[in-house]
Design a protein around this ligand. Structure first.
Ligand SMILES: [Zn+2]
Length: 430
């Protein structure tokens, strides 16, 4: 197997290059300029799968039917979804064994500024392939398809079915995955989401909340004596912000011993990312907004698989801070929520995860199992009953950057690891 992959290295790399050269930028970035090539990359994948004897189904999102998911993660009202197909291919196994879904998103983020390489040419230099989507996540999609091809080319018969699912609209929404899972979900006994993880096996991800603490205050001349606010004096929003920042530090010290997960190197925290206050130098700021990113763990999910418990904890914290100040007791600050991206976990000791780990160890003695600090779409699958891990080639920190690149040795290693995982989970006939 690994020998076949090494011998066919250049073809395996060319397959990735062909996909990178189709600029499947999510049309959200161009304000729905009618030109979008998510369709072209999906057709390219469909053609490749058909050549490999997959039964391929391609369809478009029916936004009408998704209306029942309004308010859930992934749903975006009146999102244009025409010519943005979803794809599911099935390779029938001989029977017995487990089925496996390999899945990823076909869209990429916009090129952005700062490139010194061409963004859609798949240039190769010093063992790296450059291009938008090399890491996020055409590297993963190419590796999963090439892994199946390697198995076929070595005349190995799988017992379980292999499903390949690729969706549009991940990078600016989630209508593709929402439809894939809920309308025509390809049920499987396990799923690998091949988002980049630097080839670490990631059986969990964190939930992410974005919010802002809005602090009302009262503007007034900064050089004048103001007196008590009951007598019309100004109230400085910057001072109140300082109070909050100190209390957030305290709050985080508490979380740093409580909100930890054995697969993550850092605890969940409320991390302040932006502060907005004030209008000009000679006036006290009349209000302030503290924007934060707070993470949460699968153990904190509510019954709808969302982060409402953590939202409540943060709202109570804000209310408690308000109680320490006379103005804020009468003019309470509040939290406005901007995002709740869910999380999920497949137990490390479940047979799916242990099978993948053992399969990977046959190829490499440096296999790491670690959680994904950010959100991934794995929750869709886990919460519909499919054990799922994140696993793919490419350094996730390089995703969305200028001069995005993938190390070709890592990509090839990804093909070998995935081939081993597919064979061990789906099982092979003797
Ligand atoms: Zn991605």
């Amino acid at each position: 197997m690994n020998q076949w992959i090494d011998q066919n290295r250049s073809d395996i790399i060319r397959f990735l290059a062909d996909m990178v050269r189709i600029p499947s930028v999510n049309p959200w970035f161009s304000n729905y300029d009618p030109y979008t090539t998510e369709k072209e990359v999906q057709e390219f994948i469909a053609g490749s799968l058909k050549e490999m004897n997959f039964d391929v189904d391609i369809w478009e999102v029916d936004a009408e039917k998704l209306k029942e998911f309004k308010g859930m993660p992934g749903y975006y009202e009146s999102r244009p979804m025409k010519d943005r197909p979803i794809l599911c291919g099935r390779l029938k196994g001989s029977g017995g064994g487990h089925s496996l879904l390999l899945t990823g998103h076909a869209d990429v983020v916009t090129q952005g500024d700062g490139w010194t390489k061409r963004a859609f040419s798949a240039e190769i230099e010093d063992g790296k392939m450059y291009g938008r989507g090399t890491v996020d996540m055409k590297g993963g999609i190419a590796a999963m398809i090439m892994a199946v091809k390697a198995i076929q080319q070595c005349n190995i018969q799988l017992k379980g079915d292999v499903l390949v699912g690729t969706v549009p609209d991940e990078e600016a929404g989630g209508m593709g995955t929402l439809d894939f899972v809920h309308q025509r979900c390809c049920k499987a006994d396990g799923a690998i989401m091949t988002e980049p993880t630097s080839l670490e096996i990631g059986p969990m991800c964190r939930g992410i909340l974005w919010g802002k603490i809005v602090i009302p205050a009262r503007a007034g001349h900064i050089e004048m004596y103001q007196g008590h606010f009951h007598e019309g004096g100004a109230v400085d929003a910057v001072k109140l912000t300082q109070l909050f920042l100190a209390q957030i530090d305290q709050f985080n010290r508490n979380w740093s011993s409580k909100k930890v997960h054995p697969l993550l190197p850092m605890p969940c925290q409320i991390l302040v990312a932006q502060i907005k206050a004030g209008e000009y130098p000679s006036a006290f700021a009349g209000s302030a907004e503290i924007y934060f990113d707070a993470q949460y763990l699968p153990a904190d999910l509510d019954e709808k698989h969302r982060g409402s418990k953590i939202k409540k904890e943060i709202e109570e914290f804000v209310a408690a801070v308000a109680q320490t100040d006379e103005w804020m007791r009468e003019n309470p600050p509040y939290v406005e929520w901007l995002l709740d991206a869910d999380c999920a976990e497949t137990p490390v000791d479940s047979s799916f995860v242990t099978t993948l780990i053992d399969a990977a160890k046959k190829v490499s003695d440096q296999i790491k199992v670690s959680g994904v600090g950010s959100h991934t779409d794995m929750g869709w699958y886990v919460h519909s009953g499919i054990p799922t891990v994140n696993f793919g080639p490419g350094n996730p920190k390089i995703a969305h950057q200028a001069n995005e690149y993938i190390e070709l040795d890592e990509y090839i290693q990804g093909v070998k690891l995935m081939a081993s995982m597919i064979m061990d989970w789906c099982e092979v006939t003797k």
